[in-house]
Design a protein around this ligand. Sequence first.
Ligand SMILES: [Zn+2]
Length: 493
Amino acid sequence: MAADLVVRNAVVIDGTGADRTEADVAVDGDRITAVVPPGARLDVDVSTNEIDAAGRVLAPGFVDVHTHDDGALLRHPGMEFKLAQGCTSLVIGNCGFSSIPAARGEIEPSGLIGVEPTWTDLDGYRSVVDAAKPAVNSMALVGHNTMRSLELGEREKREPTPVELDAMRAHVRTAMEQGACGFSTGLIYRPGRWSQTDEVIELAREAAALGGIYATHMRNEGDRLLEAVDEAIHIGRTAELPVQISHHKSAGKRNWGRIGLSLAKVDAAIAEGMDVTLDVYPYTAGSGPMAQYFDVDDIDAELAENIRFATCPAFPEYEGRMAVGIASELGETASAVVHRVLTAPKGDRTLCIQFIIDEADIEENLRHPKMMVGSDGIPDLKGQPHPRLFGTFPRVLAHYVRERQVIKLEDAVRRMTSLSCDRFGLVDRGRVVEGGFADLVLFDPATVLDTATYDDPKQEPVGIDLVVVNGAIALDQGQHTGVGTGRMLRYQA
Ligand SMILES: [Zn+2]
């Protein structure tokens, strides 16, 4: 048979959660063309690239369902920090911040995107991404904060006028028509935090009309987590669309151990017939734009004592350091350090890391059957980013599967592949099956390991040996080949 690539003697974990099997897998063009047991030898031409898996695991390429890589696809099209983890597809536009819609030349206000748009809509953005030849596939959400900033400005605390609401509705509709998978919010952030639930419902309805989903960084992830889950479920029920709860957590020490109460609400909604899914990152720290987490006039002292600086253009010497460490050196409080950074020129461009999550809550999250893996990595490579940017997927495989045995390897792979593709509408991906797209990862489950740490975060993992994107080898024995075969995908197409 004709094949471009055959991986022999693989332990195939097919992505569905089914037990592993031994098989030889053939790829021709961008598709998987054969998955056969080792006895039934595949005869291929001499020109076929044959790789001996030698008992390593061959799985569908991982899908990072929670990224902020909208700008990174253009700034770093090699996407080394994702490819090296075995990721072949990403969902962009999370937490209400997206590359679309855009006004030409206006930098998206969150600092999460970080590129100057030359487009206005998803078709325009797609053509720019395609031209950059990214290493990985991507699927877009359209973000509420972005469209609200565009139509009302960043600082408006009021409700939108009917005209403004119509303009935002049109942005959701256009994005859906152009292939987005749904609508995202970041209701903890400005300006989304000033929206009433009804505004979100009206916009979610537009995504629902075209079969899309609602993905949310909820209004509260700490003291009022349970109310926020209620709101997310209410939005899904009223607008009649599936809900994805992003980076599910119970933040702040006094709230640790409450993740089960939140999951119980999700389970009750599912039992009622709603379609609710979630994602989590495997770390006890979060990360994001520091200005969004603090009120300059009333600094939260507990939070200030638990933050570390990732990117800090105002005080680059603070990068990689805890605010408390800097404070004790200077004989002041962590709150004073945070205040000085926030009020300095470029202080609003600070990214911080917050140690706010309980280890046991992560494990409880990972056991929930509807829980996917998403990194929430912020691709600012200039500072000292949260290690999740480089380490999320191997960390789940190494720490939570191999060492802690929280979930089985097959189940972990399912949460990184088929569950994710089914939710975000990546068709014919997420399974090792004949006829499916050849997005594949070959790894050694005994040695796979995240090596990125808070002190040394920009480290690619080990034990991930081969990554195939749309049939082409993108990573070969740890080396990036630069083939650039990623595609911007269209929802359910
Ligand atoms: Zn978020």
